[in-house]
Design a protein around this ligand. Structure first.
Ligand SMILES: *Cc1c(COP(=O)(O)O)cnc(C)c1O
Length: 383
């Protein structure tokens, strides 16, 4: 098979089973509204949970940072790219989350790849929740270590794998809040059994940070645990982009030696660190955004319970409505779109067969009236 044949055949396969992915161009997409082709939709697909992407102080901090430092960092953090703004923001994160150190990464995807690659060796075992994010599972599959997946949020399943005879070290991987079901991991129990087994625990809290816990400290704070490695990302509740790893002094020093995504990649623009720092100040001290989000979640759930669709147990901003068949989910998403509501149908293989769904995400930018309109349209569309 030639290269061209291989590429054509892969594309053909995607088209044949209705899983061909395309991107759509938006004029606006992160906030309360999504604007596409001059049409404005109420946006129920954004991860901008606290509405930070358009916060005036954050925008101003980014602009001022760019004026002071320029738009780029100029190099890897190991060469000339590490600025005082990075250092200050890392310190701010470490203080907020109660860890000795924080290291910035360009994205959550890069952070997860870097950590797993830098830490694991051939004799080791990575024990990850079955529903872990692609960035985690892919990194684990690429690692020379063995990958074992435990049943989603199932402590006995994790326990059984941890008890299995092994040679090297064990790394337990889970998320705080899972992106497709919106449910939370039983972190307190996972931390306890990981510690008892001498395993290192890594928690990716992409969907919990900023939203859960005291001052938005996330899922780990809410469940009163401290993992060995906490990954937080800034593309969701922070409304921007980038990520950080929180850990001990020695783990941070180790990652500075061996995390290739840090060493061989241009550091985050310093102005972005200024913006993130401004976002963190708002996230810590503006409880009203979390309160609005909580109210929106409660409002949506009480209304959605009347729909002929399965509402999942999620208490978070991610509220999937299970439709079942792929085509039915796609049709419902498109009907909702015609009525001015933007949300995505999620289909297998991203979710298990037979559980195609509308993935509704709520944010603090939505008003009670937005939620009422959404519920009304859902009633009409499913009647
Ligand atoms: C979004 C997400 C990531 C990726 O983070 P980016 O900063 O967008 O690369 C990693 N893990 C989880 C669980 C996520 O939801």
């Amino acid at each position: 098979m030639t290269w061209q044949q291989r590429i054509d055949s892969a594309l053909e396969q995607r088209r044949a089973n209705d899983s061909f992915r395309i991107r759509q161009v938006n004029q606006q997409g992160s906030g309360r509204y999504l604007v596409q082709n001059q049409t404005r939709y109420l946006n129920f697909s954004s991860n901008d949970y606290l509405g930070m992407s358009h916060h005036a102080q954050v925008i101003q901090a980014w602009q001022q940072g760019a004026e002071t430092y320029g738009v780029g960092s100029g190099g890897s953090g190991h060469v000339t790219g590490y600025h005082e703004t990075h250092q200050q923001f890392e310190q701010q994160l470490a203080d907020w989350l109660g860890f000795p150190r924080a290291l910035l990464f360009i994205s959550g995807f890069a952070a997860n790849q870097a950590l797993i690659a830098a830490l694991t060796e051939k004799s080791d075992r990575i024990i990850a929740d079955k529903l872990s994010h692609a960035s985690l599972l892919e990194a684990a599959m690429n690692s020379p270590a063995q990958l074992r997946r435990f049943t989603h949020n199932d402590v006995p399943s994790l326990q059984a794998l941890l008890a299995h005879p092994h040679e090297g070290q064990q790394l337990v991987v889970t998320e705080g809040v899972f992106s497709m079901d919106g449910d939370a991991a039983p972190l307190a129990e996972i931390a306890q059994i990981s510690r008892n087994a001498g395993a290192l625990l890594m928690v990716d809290d992409a969907h919990g940070i900023g939203v859960m816990g005291e001052e938005g400290r996330g899922s780990c704070d809410q469940q009163q645990i401290k993992p060995d490695l906490l990954v937080v990302t800034f593309g969701k509740a922070f409304g921007a982009g980038g990520a950080a790893v929180l850990c001990s002094e020695s783990l941070a020093d180790y990652l500075l030696q061996f995390a290739r995504h840090l060493i061989y990649s241009t550091a985050m623009p310093p102005a972005q660190a200024c913006a993130l720092s401004a976002a963190l100040n708002v996230i810590r001290h503006d409880e009203s955004r979390r309160a609005q989000l909580r109210a929106n979640i409660a409002h949506f759930r009480s209304g959605a319970a009347q729909l002929p669709l399965k509402l999942m147990a999620s208490q978070t901003a991610i509220q999937p409505l299970i439709v079942g068949e792929n085509q039915a989910a796609v049709n419902l998403a498109s009907t909702m779109r015609e009525r001015g509501f933007w949300m995505t149908a999620i289909r297998p293989p991203t979710v298990p067969p037979g559980t195609a769904r509308l993935r509704v995400t709520l944010t603090a930018s939505h008003t009670a009236d937005d939620i009422d309109k959404l519920l009304e349209a859902l009633y009409d569309a499913t009647r």
